[in-house]
Design a protein around this ligand. Structure first.
Ligand code: FEO
Ligand code: CA
Ligand code: CA
Ligand code: CA
Length: 691
């Protein structure tokens, strides 16, 4: 980028945990103002109380018995692709060493990258996706135009190669939510939005699939312009139809007046992070879906506990942060359509290589506020997906497929996430509880670490939770986790296995309610009270078996200012590491270095992207690779298999209270008003990212 860094003075009032108040309103519907949804006492298995009363009403409301799903037939694709093997390294190119000079924390309204790197926008809000689509014109925002253009607030980024040439790829991106105050000229309030404007917002949610091409022989990529671009596609909250698969598909809680069979859902909501599968599809997590619904006060009493457990207000018709979508589509009014909310909160699988294939919501992976899902093929051939439920005091999960991965058999592999076993994590620290004092001081054994169990919740159509059917466990998974005594975590965000070591890394972004008031106190896995800066959680499956039920865990990084004694960087010299706050998304380069992006930096800097070795002598030597502009969080990230390109999604730039298009808090990336965009960074000299 060549624009000059600008310092803009407009800083809004603080929201929660260092976030701007506008972020709190638009992103999660002021979730932190609402009661913590997990009020369970997590009884042990022997003490489980009957939740039959909680759940019985759901079936009654939809008026029928459980109907089990048959598998959805997926279209065969032309070629099997392992996207994570893309773009082989050039012979002789060294890889792996992280030697870049870290950038300092800053509050600049630009994308800052290390010396020796360049960066460019790949796609921004409103850019044409479907061939022939118009470009952005904020005076002509219509649902039809937006449905062909790049959506708003890009989060997950996947780059899947087309063929083996390393020159073309599919960019697959989530669009989590919208900032109406920054999208629409003259915006005054969500209440004043026209129905057409609401439909624009609905069309700006979802996913984009965009064919991209390498620029020359560099690490830069841009939207491909030549050819028919058959893969380019928008998936929206407005109109795209999804098939439900797995044991809960067709069950009573998923049936509505518009879909009495409970098998087809219109739209996807609040798609946050995700993952790329070895068979060349993308998984996308439906996260804060609760904020799109009103009327929770008007549902039958029996349904209220299961709605409340997912953060849907059951006491107010219009909870704070509600987006008023019921004015465009009445299904968002739960008083009229009480089961509609049950049709969101799933892991979505999109096949970007089959533009006509319906995306699917896989009920076998449970219903949470899914951050994302990342899979690894176990030694046995079973596919294992690791997942986090992003809410204060919620849980970590894994799914093990019933069937085995077959290399090259894409049609078969497309069915792997339709049936399997779902587990939730229960953790035990190995240090005396008295040594976990809430300050972050390491216990006497020198580590926050311990052992864990994967507790089986459901396998195929068999439930292992008393008084819940398999379909109920999958649809009300949080209640199932409560019942078996899962460990309450500090907001589990991205969870991803390293394909190099098999260890799994999860970002616990923060939890300023830990140990505060009557909320749960610290444990060894969540060892700081008022956890403002979060930590990284590492899982090592016993015997390296991803299908097993026992593991060990440790916290290699406890985030914050390295000068703060409560921080820990795997024992590395803290005078040499960058400050980091609120880890959100994780990724790996080909050498196995861990890349971490942040959301909600509570240290006074813009959010950014960091990299650290996670094995060997350099473990914990964390350096800051980039920062994003004012008001933005850093999403993605994605390091290509040849290590030459690092993609990040710059989400909600300029999201600062009081900002508008006419009075922008950020003018990135074009100098006029803020637009979310996906960016690629690379070394112009051709060297690998991180060096
Ligand atoms: Fe959308 Fe969990 O962040
Ligand atoms: Ca310990
Ligand atoms: Ca996230
Ligand atoms: Ca986030």
């Amino acid at each position: 980028m060549t624009e000059r860094p600008r310092l803009l003075p407009l800083l809004g009032p603080a929201g929660h945990a260092g976030r701007d108040a506008m972020t709190c309103l638009y992103r999660c519907g002021n979730a932190c103002e609402h009661p913590i949804p997990n009020v369970s006492s997590n009884p042990s298995l022997g003490e489980v109380v009957s939740r039959r009363g909680l759940l019985a009403g759901t079936a009654a409301a939809a008026g029928g018995a459980l109907v089990l799903s048959s598998a959805v037939a997926a279209e065969p694709a032309a070629a099997a692709v392992d996207p994570r093997a893309m773009m082989p390294l050039k012979p002789g190119r060294p890889a792996g060493a992280l030697t870049f000079k870290p950038i300092p924390p800053n509050k600049l309204d630009t994308l800052v990258v290390p010396n020796g790197y360049d960066s460019a926008v790949v796609m921004r809000w409103g850019d044409p996706v479907v061939p022939g689509a118009p470009g952005l014109d904020v005076d002509r925002l219509t649902p039809a135009r937006q449905s062909k253009q790049f959506g708003y607030n890009n989060d997950f980024v996947g780059v899947l190669p087309i063929g083996n040439g390393g020159r073309r790829a599919l960019l697959v991106v989530n669009h989590e939510y919208t900032n109406e105050e920054l999208m629409f000229p003259g915006f005054t309030s969500l209440d004043a939005m026209t129905v057409e404007q609401i439909e624009v917002a609905m069309a700006a949610h979802g996913l984009s699939v965009v064919e991209i091409e390498r620029v020359g022989d560099t690490g830069q990529w841009r939207r491909a312009e030549r050819g028919s671009l058959p893969y380019n596609r928008r998936i929206t909250a407005l109109a795209t139809r999804f098939d439900l698969t797995g044991p809960a598909a067709g069950s009573a809680p998923l049936r509505t007046a518009a879909d009495p069979r409970g098998r087809t859902v219109i739209g996807t909501l609040n798609n946050c992070s995700g993952g790329v599968t070895p068979w060349g599809t993308v998984l996308s997590g439906e996260e804060n879906f609760n904020q799109y619904f009103v009327g929770g006060d008007g549902v039958p009493e029996a349904l209220k506990p299961s709605l409340a457990r997912y953060g849907v207000s059951t006491t107010a018709r219009y909870p704070s942060g509600s987006r008023k979508w019921e004015r465009a589509q009445e299904r968002f009014d739960l008083a009229r359509h009480p089961n509609e909310a049950n049709r969101f909160g799933w892991i979505v699988e999109v096949d970007p290589f089959e533009p006509l294939a319906k995306p699917r919501k896989h009920t076998a992976l449970g219903r949470l506020k899914h951050e994302g899902a990342n899979v690894i093929v176990a030694g046995s051939g079973h596919v294992v997906a690791y997942m986090g439920d992003d809410e204060r005091f919620d849980y970590l999960y894994k799914f093990v497929s019933a069937k085995r991965y077959r290399s090259g058999d894409r049609r078969h592999n497309l069915t792997l996430l339709e049936s399997g076993t779902l587990y939730v994590a229960k953790l035990t620290g190995d240090s005396p509880a008295a040594e976990i004092d809430g300050t972050g001081k390491l216990p006497s054994d020198g580590a926050f670490d311990g052992t864990g169990q994967w507790i089986k919740l459901v396998s195929g159509e068999q439930s292992f939770v008393p008084d819940m059917t398999a379909a109920e466990v999958l649809t009300f998974t949080r209640l199932a986790g409560d019942a078996v005594g899962a460990t309450k975590m500090d907001r589990p965000e991205d969870v991803q296995p390293s394909l190099r070591t098999g260890k799994i890394y999860a970002a616990m972004t923060n939890n300023t309610n830990r140990g505060v008031g009557t909320n749960p106190g610290v444990d060894e896995a969540n060892p700081r009270n008022n956890n403002k800066h979060g930590h990284i959680f590492e899982i090592t499956e016993d015997g390296g078996d991803h299908t097993g039920t026992t593991f060990t865990w440790a916290l290699p990084i406890v985030c914050g200012d390295p000068a703060d004694p409560s921080t820990y960087f795997a024992g590395f010299d803290k005078t040499k590491v960058s400050p980091i706050s609120c880890p959100d998304n994780v990724a790996f380069d080909s050498a196995g270095n861990l890349w971490i992006s942040t959301d909600g930096n509570a240290l006074g800097s813009n959010d950014g992207l960091f990299a650290t070795p996670i094995e060997g002598a350099g473990k914990g030597h964390l350096r800051q690779f980039l920062t994003v502009p004012l008001g933005a969080e850093t999403c993605g990230p994605f390091v290509t298999g040849d290590d030459r390109s690092v993609f990040v999604a710059v989400q909600h730039p300029g999201e600062i209270t009081g900002a508008s298009q006419a009075n922008p808090a950020s003018t990135w990336p074009d100098g006029d008003f803020a637009k979310p965009a996906v960016v690629v960074t690379w070394r112009p000299d051709g060297g690998p990212a991180g060096s």
